[in-house]
Design a protein around this ligand. Structure first.
Ligand code: ZN
Ligand code: ZN
Length: 327
């Protein structure tokens, strides 16, 4: 993979650093916020050799050393954002900040003796995924451990504000894509570090994961409506490039999920398992195992929302398989 450096300056103190990802998203955006005490790194990326090389190229380009990093701040716990935090901490002893809820989820997914792999495997099995696919899912889930190792010691982001570089930013809790996900807002300049909550061109994945948010789509739609009250001139997202049309994107995402809920509802004219719904809606034979896992979790999030709205009902068959039927 190319380690061509892609670094872009935004405003007076923010640089976007594209950190490569070994999947279809291609890269995650890290942001360096420059301040008089050093650099704040937002979402350092996923731990791969290519990612470390990209950081070394960025340090050389900016004429800085890793010891110039003052702190690492995470919008959420997903491996493509959180994975390199421990590597940074080992290399420069910087404190790592994230929300307490996001840290609990990082522990649940990748902590010592975690049970998330078994729990997700059983969930997908119960919801009708066939055994060949299930075997791939287990291998896939276990493959993430090196991407998030070593794990950092974490300090919790508390209160309504956080210092990034020399500026104070408002912290905004935006559940749904990830529990405990935070956006950061600078009201004076109308800038928002928006993580994966709103992305240009991409619909952020909404996953149901047992032990986490029981109604993630409802949480996501609620947090989108809350974000729509902010006046944003530019948003710095976790994927693709900084963008201006935040209100338009929020409106698009709200419509997108209503349309998708309608499609799931139509699929339930005949009772189906979540896996059958997933295959029908996402053209699953074209998906990688990574994409299929997210498609399945997103299908469950939508079926749960249909149930919450009184449009569907979950039932257990005698063999233990769960099916959904319309109400
Ligand atoms: Zn994410
Ligand atoms: Zn991401």
């Amino acid at each position: 993979m190319s380690t061509k450096l892609e670094l872009t300056a935004w405003g007076s103190d923010i640089s976007q650093v594209k950190i490569p990802l070994p999947n279809a998203l291609k890269w995650v955006n890290s942001y360096l916020v420059e301040g008089s005490n050093g650099y704040t790194v937002i979402d350092p990326g996923q731990h791969t050799e290519d990612a470390v090389e990209a950081w070394q190229a960025a340090f050389a380009e900016l004429n800085m050393k890793i010891s110039d990093v003052e702190k690492v701040v995470l919008t959420h716990h997903h491996p493509d954002h959180y994975g390199l935090a421990g590597w940074f901490q080992e290399a420069c002893d910087a404190p790592v900040y994230m929300s307490e809820i996001a840290h609990q989820h990082a522990q649940m997914m990748w902590g010592q003796g975690q049970r998330a792999t078994d729990v997700i495997y059983r969930l997908f099995e119960q919801h009708g995924m066939d055994s060949d696919m299930l075997a791939e899912i287990r291998t896939h889930l276990e493959s993430f451990v090196p991407f998030v190792s070593p794990q950092p010691e974490v300090r919790y982001i508390e209160g309504d504000t956080i210092q990034l570089g020399d500026r104070t930013w408002e912290t905004i809790l935006t559940n749904g894509h990830a529990s405990g996900h935070l956006c950061f807002y600078a009201g004076a300049t109308k800038e928002m570090i928006i993580g994966d909550q709103v992305l240009p061109q991409i619909s952020p994945n909404i996953s149901y994961v047992p032990g986490s948010d029981p109604q993630p789509l409802e949480s996501f739609l609620t947090s989108l409506r809350h974000l729509s009250s902010y006046d944003v001139a530019i948003a710095y997202p976790g994927h693709r490039n900084p963008f201006q049309h935040v209100q338009g994107r929020i409106a698009d995402l709200l419509v997108h999920h209503e349309e998708r809920l309608l499609k799931f509802r139509e699929l339930l004219t005949e009772p189906k398992t979540a896996y059958q719904c997933c295959v029908a809606l996402f053209n699953s034979n074209k998906l990688t195992v990574h994409q299929l896992r997210f498609a399945m979790s997103e299908t469950l999030a939508h079926l749960i929302e249909l149930e919450r709205r009184g449009h569907a009902r979950e039932e257990r068959l005698v063999d233990g398989t769960m099916i959904y039927r319309s109400v």
